[in-house]
Design a protein around this ligand. Structure first.
Ligand SMILES: Cc1cc2nc3c(=O)[nH]c(=O)nc-3n(C[C@H](O)[C@H](O)[C@H](O)COP(=O)(O)OP(=O)(O)OC[C@H]3O[C@@H](n4cnc5c(N)ncnc54)[C@H](O)[C@@H]3O)c2cc1C
Length: 418
């Protein structure tokens, strides 16, 4: 492995000099048992050191299992499969998952580990689809666990600290059609007056803004019936319909984006914002995101808007989404319906880090939970009161990994406490 191997953003250089790529479960268990310190790497789309380790392990040479159980309405996979690849297999079988993130390029395993989410007032994050998992623990033992088993809710969003997830079983549902409409220049006062109305006006709603005079883009993804043509609207909550496809960053080409203008199509070609065969987002960027209780959405957004003059020089675009409450211990939506305040930054690592104290201070009254895979400052001590089950998670990790084989500097700083 190249010693300068980096994450997707090229903002973090992994410390590891060895990457293991086993081809079988037996080989993987043997590597885990004999290696004193290691960590699993997905596709490296996280912006921080969450996936770093003294040695790395990837599952991309293991059999790319996709086992569909129609009676149970599940699919069992190798977690190294990217969503975009899984989606094509599911669609071919007439099936779908409930939601997707903005990009389909990430592995299912990496997305689940960090509570990656799309948007939807009634839609849980991607980890909530996990029905069962298989984990290889520090000793090289195989643990099977399913929804309803003791400890399951603690193991799904695991931030890479519990072991190597070798199989994931996800809930699936019949395939569905989606159409996507984008509206421009939503008024802030309209959002403030009816936040839940705007965000609940489609299965998945995203707002894109640079915290200027209006909310530049309002993206709506609607489930539609194939036999019932969608009537395109000219306006929505006073925002005018876009007449051409748009990128979330208005100045960028929409060629990398999924189909818009109300044209119906399969779920996996509309639920992500970005196409599998294109570079997602701006491509050269950093990201930060904070989740907090949806009931605080308006004051939290106002607090960020008050920082506009400070953040705008480094901001490419901000996205506002919602996620439904869940019971997964380290999920950013644990126990509360959530609003997500996301920032896509210019690739200015030092300037971005300078922004974070002001943002975290502005959001502090709302107990924000940072995205585990993006840039943030809050330490384990600060985060513990925001995750009611944090101590239980630490006890679980200490039981499954007593010598800290899967720990890294990120986990020590933000989860376990140095
Ligand atoms: C352009 C872009 C857009 C994004 N959009 C969104 C978005 O819309 N919504 C959102 O919520 N996030 C988003 N993210 C963040 C991204 O979803 C997360 O960082 C996600 O974790 C990346 O998945 P990955 O496969 O790259 O995992 P990695 O970054 O490689 O790893 C993440 C964690 O998962 C662990 N892990 C992975 N596989 C396994 C396994 N098999 N066993 C044990 N541990 C494992 C790793 O050890 C690590 O702790 C975006 C990121 C980028 C770069």
């Amino acid at each position: 492995m190249d010693a300068s191997y980096s994450n997707w953003a090229n903002s973090f250089t992994f410390t590891a000099t060895i990457v293991h790529r086993p081809e079988s479960l037996d080989e993987l268990c043997a590597i885990v048992a004999r290696t004193p310190s290691l960590h699993v790497l997905g596709t490296g789309h996280s912006f921080n050191g969450i996936a770093d380790g003294a040695e790395l392990l990837q599952l991309d040479r293991m059999p790319m299992t996709v086992e569909i159980d129609r009676d149970a309405r599940t699919v069992t996979i190798n977690p190294a499969i990217p969503y975009g690849v899984l989606a094509v297999e599911l669609e071919r079988a007439g099936l779908a998952v409930h939601n997707m993130a903005s990009l389909p390029h990430i592995t299912v395993g990496g997305a689940v580990a960090t509570a990656t989410h799309g948007s939807g007032m009634r839609s849980g994050n991607l980890a909530t689809a996990v029905a069962a998992m298989e984990l290889v623990t520090a000793a090289g033992d195989i643990v099977q666990i399913a929804r309803g088993d003791a400890g399951f809710d603690g193991m799904v969003v695991h931030v890479g600290a519990l072991g190597v997830v070798t199989r994931l079983t996800l809930d699936v549902e019949p395939t569905y059609q989606v159409c996507q409409e984008v509206f421009q220049d939503l008024a802030w006062d309209t959002l403030y007056a009816d936040f839940d109305g705007v965000m609940g006006s489609a299965q998945s709603v995203s707002l894109f803004t640079d915290y200027g005079d209006t909310i530049g883009e309002l993206w709506c993804k609607m489930r539609v019936r194939a036999d019932h043509p969608w009537e395109r609207r000219t306006e929505h909550f006073g925002a005018r319909a876009a007449t051409a496809p748009l990128h979330p960053v208005l100045a960028l080409s929409a060629d990398s984006c999924t189909e818009q203008l109300g044209v119906p199509g399969p779920w996996h070609e509309r639920m992500p914002h970005f196409r599998m065969d294109a570079i997602p987002s701006a491509g050269h960027e950093l990201q930060t995101e904070y989740m907090l209780a949806r009931r605080h959405a308006v004051p939290a957004i106002q607090a960020i808007r008050a920082l506009a003059p400070v953040i705008q020089p480094v901001l490419l675009i901000s996205e506002i989404r919602t996620v439904a409450s869940d019971q997964l211990w380290l999920s950013s939506a644990y126990g509360t319906d959530t609003v997500c305040l996301h920032f896509t930054w210019q690739f200015e690592p030092e300037k971005v880090v300078e922004m974070l104290p002001a943002i975290e201070a502005a959001l502090a009254p709302f107990d924000p939970r940072p995205h585990w895979g993006k840039l943030f400052l809050a330490t384990a001590d600060e985060l513990t009161p925001r995750y009611p089950k944090m101590d239980d998670f630490r006890a679980l990790a200490n039981r499954l990994d007593p010598k800290g084989k899967f720990r890294n500097a990120f986990l020590e700083r933000h989860v376990f406490g140095e």
